[in-house]
Design a protein around this ligand. Structure first.
Ligand code: C2E
Ligand code: MG
Ligand code: MG
Length: 738
């Protein structure tokens, strides 16, 4: 059996496979290059052209080879290859028209050109021409393509430039927004954008911040806090409100930023970024704090002022009500502060107040408040007071502490303190009432001799009420003629005769005499003292004009009267009206007159001396008793206070003081009057110590003008005609009540 043998010619098949592989590769590469060429890269475009040229060359040579040496198969494959090229090009048409057109023409050229090249069937020049035309078309397309690509590339460059400008614009806007702007990646927590303001505030360079987390930039607790804020912003369904945050920077500075955080989400609502916008309000907050400080704190001592103190007191009052634990209000007044201020100057006075504030601050407990209430007044709110002793202990500590010497500008300065205490809610129903009551307790403390503390007591309110009543009655008294003047004779010890009398005002109200010690301070307070003083002056001058010519009349002038510009004029007018020689008028002032408005008062005093008046320093030894006063003004007389005279037989100290005063006065050429001499023993003693005059009940009580005659008679007498008719009813009443 003859074997069936099939002859297979492998060469055309291998060629066909090679062509198919080449075309497949061409297809893939073309697809990629066309796409990337559209993405406008010159390099890629060049690669495309190179590839096309290379494939044309390969196709052409393969086609020519097939046609020439491949026999029927070869020609057949060459035709198939050309058709496939056409189809491939047609399919690519969807991707890029110009490129596809070029490819079609290119492949067509191959198809038509190959027969022409080998001179098949004498088709001759026509296909060659068509082929050349096709080549021309291909070149033209190629040229268009290059041109278009250049235009596209130019427009791409333009677009990129514009994008660049746009980005620069946006960047510059973001950078120049005065507010801090930071963008944090919500997922990684890293900072991805900071503007210039953020950079300036933060003090760190942008490149050192970008890509870092809070933990790399801030202390751990602060970073954790910022993370919480970011988390809040991410969790919030609404934009959170503005809030202040304090940030400690890398250099240690603390800034206050006011801002808020907003979360930016993607299409699916997932958090992408946290945008932090904030404003540096450090300076503004400091200015606000300064305003608050000024409104609530005393600028000298830096203690709370009256306004803040009232708020704290109010809180303490409410707490005391709620928890039934009383609070104590300590009202503190410095003793002798005024003297220090006036003698050593305001600078020292200010230093002293600062020192007092420091001592008070260290005397109080952690829940207590100390404040400067004005001038030399301070207040303390003591909370949770268990007993009166608790408050007394604190008050004692305050008084002790403030009575220790202060060392100011190289001097040792000593003052003291008086404290009035009232309890909330026991002593008052309101804060105002509590303050008034503590003040009343302070007043009582001062009256009791300063340098201690007093508790508020109910009857103080009664006394206050009585004082109010007195104020009203005193105003009416003047109009009703309820005042009169009594005269207390002063005995000249060497001459043994009455040298003059002190005029002492009396107020007879509702049939009872009220002591000037009670009503003069009230008259001073309500401003009635000027009118009253002027009236006493006139009365006294008119009365003295009736006495023997060697007798003087002494009139007390209170410090408040020195504020009256008309004082000198009133004096002149009083002596002129009475026809009294000015050298028979003596004014008695106390040390406080020299303390208050020292210079103007001194000028007034000198003016009175020029007019010929005598000036006596009354109650010497009770006040500041500065020898400086005696140097400042040439007093004619020093009146030694009654308290020393009454102590003479009891205290050696009093003896030394009286001796010292008389000795000093003598050396300065001044007279001395011992006040309040009631016994023969006192009389002997003051005479022995060199006093010039005595005034006191031993010689005579203050008497009415009518009663003076009898006293004058007792000490030498004088012309009867000088006296008005005797009418001593008032004097008797005074002696009975006073
Ligand atoms: P003063 O100027 O020191 O007057 C002396 C006071 O001592 C008088 O009290 C007088 O009655 C009292 N006195 C005199 N001798 C004795 C004595 O031996 N024993 C006792 N226990 N007391 C004696 P008075 O009249 O109550 O006056 C008190 C103060 O009132 C005066 O003290 C004076 O500072 C002031 N005063 C009196 N009249 C006036 C006035 O017209 N104007 C002003 N501004 N103050 C006056
Ligand atoms: Mg007097
Ligand atoms: Mg006196």
């Amino acid at each position: 059996m003859a074997a069936l043998s099939i002859h297979i010619d492998w060469a055309p098949l291998i060629w066909a496979a090679a062509v198919a592989a080449t075309m497949l590769l061409d297809w893939i590469v073309m697809q990629r290059l066309v796409k990337s060429a559209q993405a406008a890269s010159n390099l890629r475009f060049g690669a495309l052209i190179g590839w096309m040229s290379a494939t044309f060359a390969v196709y052409s040579s393969i086609g020519v080879y097939f046609w020439t040496y491949g026999g029927e198969y070869g020609r057949c494959f060459a035709l198939i290859q050309a058709c496939a090229g056409m189809m491939q090009a047609a399919m690519q048409m969807r991707a890029s028209r110009p490129l596809v057109a070029a490819a079609v023409v290119g492949h067509g050229w191959i198809l038509l050109c190959i027969p022409a090249l080998i001179g098949l069937n004498g088709v001759g020049a026509a296909p060659v021409l068509i082929g050349i035309g096709g080549l021309g078309l291909f070149c033209w397309q190629l040229f268009n393509l290059v041109n278009r690509s250049a235009a596209e590339s130019a427009s791409l460059q333009q677009a990129s430039r514009e994008a660049e400008i746009e980005r620069a614009f946006t960047d510059s806007i973001i950078d120049n927004v005065p507010n801090l702007l930071t963008v944090v990646d919500a997922e990684t927590g890293r900072i991805i954008l900071v503007n210039k303001a953020a950079q300036v505030i933060g003090g760190t360079r942008r490149e050192d911040v970008i890509g870092r987390g809070y933990e790399d930039l801030y202390p751990a607790d602060q970073a954790a806090h910022l993370r919480v804020l970011d988390a809040e912003a991410v969790a919030a369904d609404r934009t959170p409100p503005f809030r202040d945050e304090k940030i400690t920077l890398e250099n240690g500075n603390v800034r206050t930023l006011r801002g808020r955080r907003v979360c930016v989400r993607d299409d699916q609502g997932r958090p992408r970024y946290v945008i932090v916008t904030a404003e540096d309000v450090t300076d503004m907050r400091e200015a606000e704090a300064q305003v608050v400080r000024l409104a609530h704190y005393d600028s000298l001592t830096e203690l709370p002022n009256r306004v803040l103190f009232r708020t704290r007191l109010n809180d303490a009052f409410n707490d005391a009500l709620r928890h039934s634990r009383p609070a104590a209000l300590h009202w503190i007044d410095l003793d002798y502060f005024k003297e220090v201020n006036d003698t050593l100057g305001h600078m020292v006075g200010d230093q002293l107040l600062i020192g007092v504030a420091e001592r008070l601050s260290s005397a109080i407990g952690p829940n207590d408040t100390v404040a400067r209430l004005g001038g030399d007044e301070f207040g303390i709110v003591q909370r949770n007071v268990a007993s009166r002793d608790d408050a007394a202990t604190l008050a004692g500590r305050i008084v002790d502490s403030l009575s220790q010497p202060f060392h100011l500008s190289g001097r040792e300065v000593r003052i003291g303190a008086s404290v009035g205490i009232a309890f909330a809610p026991i002593d008052a129903k309101t804060v105002d009432e509590l303050m008034v009551n503590a003040d009343m307790a302070l007043y009582r403390c001062k009256q009791a001799g300063r340098g201690g503390h007093s508790f508020f007591e109910r009857e103080m309110t009664d006394r206050r009420r009585a004082r109010r009543t007195m104020e009203q009655e005193l105003r009416a008294a003047f109009a009703n003629g309820e005042f009169s003047v009594m005269y207390q004779p002063q005995l000249h010890l060497k001459e043994g005769r009455i040298a003059g009398c002190e005029a002492l005002v009396r107020w007879k109200s509702k049939g009872r005499f009220i002591s000037p010690a009670e009503f003069i301070p009230v008259a001073e307070e309500i401003g009635l003292i000027n009118q009253l003083g002027e009236w006493v002056l006139k009365e006294a001058c008119a009365e003295a004009a009736k006495w023997p010519a060697h007798m003087k009349v002494a009139v007390n002038i209170s410090p408040a009267q020195f504020k009256d510009q008309n004082l000198v004029r009133n004096v002149i007018s009083a002596v002129a009206h009475a026809g009294l020689s000015p050298d028979r008028l003596e004014v008695e002032i106390t040390e406080s007159t020299l303390l208050q408005g020292s210079q103007t008062n001194l000028t007034t005093l000198f003016r009175l001396r020029e007019l010929g008046l005598s000036v006596a320093l009354d109650d010497f030894g009770t006040g500041f008793s500065s020898l400086n006063y005696l140097r400042q003004f040439p007093f004619t007389k020093i009146k030694i206070d009654r308290s020393f005279v009454s102590d003479l037989s009891l205290s050696l100290e009093a003896v030394s003081i009286v001796k010292a005063i008389t000795g000093m006065a003598a050396s300065l050429g001044m007279d001395t009057t011992a006040e309040g001499v009631e016994t023969e023993r006192q009389m002997e003693m003051v005479t022995g110590y060199g006093c010039t005059e005595v005034q006191g009940y031993l010689v005579s009580r203050p008497c009415t003008p009518a009663d003076l005659k009898a006293v004058f008679d007792r000490y030498g007498g004088f012309d009867d005609s000088a006296f008005a008719p005797v009418s001593s009813g008032d004097a008797e009443l005074w002696l009975a009540t006073g």
